[in-house]
Design a protein around this ligand. Sequence first.
Ligand code: ADP
Ligand code: MG
Length: 367
Amino acid sequence: MKVELKGLTKKYPSRNKNEKKDVVAVSNFDYTIPDGALVGLLGPSGCGKSTMLNMISGLQKPTEGRIFFGDTDVTDISPENRGVGLVFQNYALYPHLTARQNILFPLQNLKGKDKLSKEAMEEKMHEAAKLVQIERYLDRKPSELSGGQQQRVAIARALVKTPKVLLLDEPLSNLDARLRLQTREEIRRIQRETKVTTVFVTHDQDEAMSISDYIVVMKEGVIQQTGKPQDVYDSPANLFVAKFLGIPPINVFDGEVKDGKIYIGNDPVLNVKNVKEGKVYVTVRPEGFIPSADGALKCGLKSLEIMGRDVSIISENPASLSESIRSIVDADIKLDPALSEVRFNIKPHKLFIFDAETEERIYFETV
Ligand code: ADP
Ligand code: MG
């Protein structure tokens, strides 16, 4: 099911009595989720992700804008009648019911022509339990299940009515690190098997990047960029997106474009053409540095972290906006840790520049 989100805005009355202005949680959100895709809605806490998800589910009404499932305008349809499956961070299972009863619950509430026979309900329940691999635990209550198992039950419950759209709001946040990895792979598998159009909300860029067909990056209620995870990583539209994606994070420097060169501080690091001159932020991905005796960027060497497959070079430079510059290079590249200086050449496609005022990307051609 294709989902079209057209000009969605959500304003809340301010909670602060002295402050009359509304809180704009989501502003003019325009995006189409392709049929069968898994879209990661990504941004820092408070940027409007849950509000967005709640508007898709019908739990909240948009102040402006329309929502379409396929060709149907569902904006005024109640959550129960939209055909959405919801999974939240805190599982929200009924504690007094077994896993089996929790999964059956949405089916038992079907009325009229949708009403199912006992056998049909059992069959659907088993199908969902099998999909999330919890058949062995069906007779346990939530308190007798681990966090990961509870979240699987919650996902089975969301899937049992074969929803048109599956909505997951930070579903992994309550799980420990190992389980988080395992469960996110599991969600990806389940989504591929069912092909249900899915929106996955998270503040964790790594999670969104690894699981999503497409990501939507939000900041303060406004979409910053959309696209395939790799494309957004490889070509961020503004400084916020560049900084938000990537571990370790991108390195940010004060810089300038003049006389056909990009400067980091006083070091000319790249020859360019067809580019606007002026003060910029120069950013370089950790994998964008090539240590070289005649490198253009001169840095003070602080330390080396050997991590098997690759080496992290921790260095410093007065133009860097953070205390340390982190670059990751192949372990075959040998550096003497006793050296005080390390020089780098920069891979052009790993370097982005942003206007110092607007923080928007400035595009350039290399020469
Ligand atoms: P996220 O899920 O990305 O953390 P939310 O959608 O929960 O963000 O919140 C977006 C903004 O809207 C925040 O500033 C939050 O404080 C505000 N907000 C959320 N719900 C309400 C509400 N019911 N009343 C007033 N403000 C709200
Ligand atoms: Mg939220």
